[in-house]
Design a protein around this ligand. Structure first.
Ligand SMILES: [Fe+2]
Length: 497
């Protein structure tokens, strides 16, 4: 009898334990479902936001980049289910060093539409109409050498419906996309989204700096919402489409041939400061897998536009992984450095991204910003000093003012100071600085975001830019009236040998 009671007690305990475990498992499953649902709803609310899905629970977390600077190449997957084929564009010669290899793998769906790799299109034809204002081979036929200080006022919105492709205009540049060495600087002004078409740049990488109007850029890797104050990098070969969330829209584009942007080395700064890898964001995989009769892919190839028609959206990639992809960066995340006692730091101290050449420390193109920051230097002329530079400087202004130009350099405008061309603060800024004297305390530059594309290659200027109605013909006058404030004293003579 006792034995039977013990057996019954044991069975009751086992049953209770099983019941507790079942309840616990059910609770855990419920929690996971809740997380998944919350993530999905957040994702829907933030279409175009940058993040990556990880794991089967579809949890979202911010992607942290060292990117291609991390060795071995960083790999990240977007884990939506897929069962189709794959396509791999290559971005480095196949026998490149492993540490320099850039790649990504695109996974294509099998349902509901059959597999559609990008090759399934009609032959490329010259696009009609083309865009004669853009080119990627700088020579006597399309551009001029010009050492004069140049400045452009902000462009007006287009008069007729104009999308990102048709709104691009080349301002200056150097080298050749055919030779895989050089760069081009463009500006864009658009008032409508790209419709039933995608753009593909076979010539180089785009660094887009919106100045007015938010962009929703759909790429094969997902979507990026990019606002003024942020930048987007669209590497060579990716197909993308630009939707305007605000119209009209305008901004700047740097294009580099034969290399890619990377974070600058920090040298004595050490581990922290400038642009942090964690703040670079890549898109979550996003796709539309449907029939799209008459869809056009416009390919920029050698600076010319070609069009190929297909019957599906190129944004049919359900997952991707690799270390080569579009990304964006919020310039307000930048941690600026500056002098803390006396003298003036070179602008290279605030390099966000650099495109290197084969010569160590010599950039094909640096992207440098002049963000809000404290100025504290004592007995120092705080605005940029007058100088001539072996590098060439193209500047733009996203919002606010620029410390060295009291007038004339406006948001949406631009300036070019070519190799060894003298430049510096205008007369008004110079005199205002002198008036404030040596004993001014700390002051903060606020409401500003200027930037510079600086290159070791000397740019030629396009005919469009030189003939533009927005070219400021009176730029040189901003330095008229500069006078010396030097006072000769007996002390000066006493110090002479
Ligand atoms: Fe300069």
């Amino acid at each position: 009898m006792r034995k039977a009671n013990r057996k019954l007690e044991s069975e009751r305990n086992r049953a209770a334990k099983f019941k507790r475990r079942t309840k616990s498992d059910a609770k855990q499953v419920k929690n996971e479902e809740k997380i998944t649902n919350e993530c999905e709803s957040t994702e829907k609310e933030e279409e175009g936001a940058c993040s990556v899905n990880h794991g089967q629970t579809n949890r979202r977390r911010r992607f942290q980049l060292p990117f291609w600077l991390r060795k071995p190449p960083f790999i990240r997957s977007s884990c939506r289910s897929f069962a189709g084929g794959a396509e791999q564009p290559s971005h480095m010669p196949l026998r490149s060093l492993r540490r320099a290899n850039l790649w990504h793998l695109l996974h294509l769906p099998s349902q509901p539409q059959p597999l559609q790799p990008s090759v399934t299109h009609q032959p490329f034809q010259p696009r009609v109409p083309g865009n004669k204002r853009i080119f990627s081979e700088f020579n006597n036929s399309n551009s001029s050498a010009n050492p004069t200080q140049l400045r452009w006022k902000p462009m007006d919105a287009p008069d007729s419906p104009t999308d990102f492709i048709d709104g691009l205009s080349t301002v200056c540049g150097s080298g050749s996309s055919f030779m895989r060495h050089g760069y081009a600087i463009h500006m864009y002004a658009a008032n409508k989204s790209m419709e039933n078409c995608a753009f593909c740049n076979a010539d180089g990488d785009f660094l887009i700096v919106p100045q007015q109007g938010r962009l929703l850029i759909t790429t094969e890797c997902g979507r990026l919402k990019v606002s003024p104050g942020e930048i987007a990098i669209l590497p060579q070969g990716f197909r993308f489409s630009v939707n305007l969330l605000d119209s009209p829209s305008r901004g700047y584009v740097a294009e580099i041939f034969g290399t890619h942007f990377q974070l600058p080395d920090l040298g004595p700064i050490g581990a922290n400061g400038l642009a942090a890898p964690r703040d670079f964001l890549v898109p979550t995989a996003w796709f539309e897998n449907k029939s799209y009769p008459g869809y056009t892919v416009v390919q920029k190839f050698g600076g010319e536009l070609f069009a190929a028609v297909q019957d599906f959206s190129p944004f049919n990639v359900v997952a991707w992984h690799g270390n080569y992809c579009p990304y964006k960066y919020d310039l307000s995340k930048f941690c600026p450095y500056n002098t803390v006692l006396f003298d003036h730091s070179d602008p290279s101290i605030n390099t966000v991204l650099t495109a290197p050449t084969d010569k160590p420390g010599v950039a094909l193109l640096d992207f440098v910003i002049f963000p809000p920051r404290w100025l504290v230097a004592e007995h120092t002329f705080r605005p940029p000093y007058y100088h001539r530079n072996c590098m060439s400087e193209f500047m733009g202004l996203i919002h606010g003012g620029y410390e060295a130009k009291a007038d004339g350099f406006l948001p949406g405008g631009a300036s070019l100071h070519n190799c060894m061309t003298p430049h510096g603060p205008d007369t008004k800024s110079y005199e205002a600085t002198i008036d404030r004297g040596n004993d001014i305390g700390p002051s903060k530059i606020t409401d500003t975001m200027a930037f510079m594309f600086e290159s070791s290659l000397i740019p030629r200027i396009s005919q469009w830019a030189l003939e533009s109605p927005f070219l400021d013909q009176d730029y040189y006058q901003c330095w008229i009236g500069l006078r010396s404030h030097f006072t000769e004293t007996e002390t000066c003579h006493e110090n002479q040998p």
